[in-house]
Design a protein around this ligand. Sequence first.
Ligand code: NAD
Ligand code: DAU
Length: 339
Amino acid sequence: MKILVTGGAGFIGANFIKYMLKAHPEDELVCVDKLTYCGNLESLEEELKNPRMRFLKTDICDTEAVDKVFAETRPDMVVHFAAESHVDRSIEDPLIFVKTNIIGTQNLLEAARKYGIKRFHQVGTDEVYGDLPLDRPDLFFTEDLPLKPSSPYSASKASADLLVQAYHRTFGVPVTMSRCSNNYGPYQFPEKMIPLMIANALADKPLPVYGEGINVRDWLYVEDHCKAIDMIIRNGRDGEVYNIGGHNEMRNIDIVKLICKEVGKPESLITFVTDRKGHDLRYAIDPAKIGRELGWKPETMFADGIRLTIKWYLDNRSWWERIVNGEYKDYYERMYKNR
Ligand code: NAD
Ligand code: DAU
């Protein structure tokens, strides 16, 4: 089987490629990525040497370029990760989110329809459901909930999901969709909360917690997400949505304190800063459907996953130090200066 992976030089995409090359020695992978600020070929250094792996630098917003990739490579399946993925950036500059996440997905769906594929898998987010109240721990996101996105990021991802559903219904493109909770693990760009806090703590810099730090996220180790997608593309039912999450809800402040403890830094580094606009309160996935239908369950306990993640950032300083010392500095200055 030949699988086209979009956004494979990003955090989850790179982890997915590593997982798939090991788990399926019979498959070939084609990675398509524009290499935006968060796409990094260093994350795929070993994999690029593998004869079963091909990399094509392509912008999914470029209709002709996407068509050419499909014409040349004729994939059996598409696993679509490529996106603008950071909520704070979508508040600063929504348009690129609309372009990449909506137009980019449309271009891929059109090519999938034209060339025919066995499966188009849309990697979605739980943020499309909006948020849950902090005082109702009995409520969870299920697949049948209406889409109620809060940020330009989640609105663009919800739009992409709707296009995927439309291509399934109208043109019969075989699709599956997943909506996952917050991932953490190796190779995550240090603008996201966990790697940002690890990198800042190691450099004795302030740890900027938004608001009171009481917002809750449902954290999942990235490899567990990759396994879930692998199960869905092979055995998931055509046209279905599968929620993926770890039943591992934690308040931001508790994670930041845990990181301080694990890296041996004082909690006095924690600085409460102005809250994110429209900040979603709580995400919590009900993963019963994927458990029941495909037998998936999260395997990595948070206590183990966070240690593995911190160890990775300690062992791979050059990977992220180059990022935080490069143009990311301007972003950080812009985003955090007046908070
Ligand atoms: P990321 O930002 O680390 O990586 C995104 C990748 O997409 C990068 O390699 C980037 O270069 C590429 N890309 C961006 N624009 C492109 C374009 N126009 N053409 C081609 N490539 C382009 O993101 P991530 O955290 O790995 O997320 C991957 C996917 O998973 C996204 O669709 C995101 O919405 C979804 N998701 C992420 C999480 C999470 O916690 N990180 C959770 C649920 C779902
Ligand atoms: O739920 C899935 C989503 O998880 C994905 O779809 C997104 O691509 C991914 O970025 C993530 O979104 P979040 O907004 O939840 O992740 P982020 O790491 O940006 O923030 C996690 C929480 O930490 C959130 O409540 C905001 C808070 N935060 C974040 C940053 C960057 C801080 O308190 N301080 C920070 O500096």
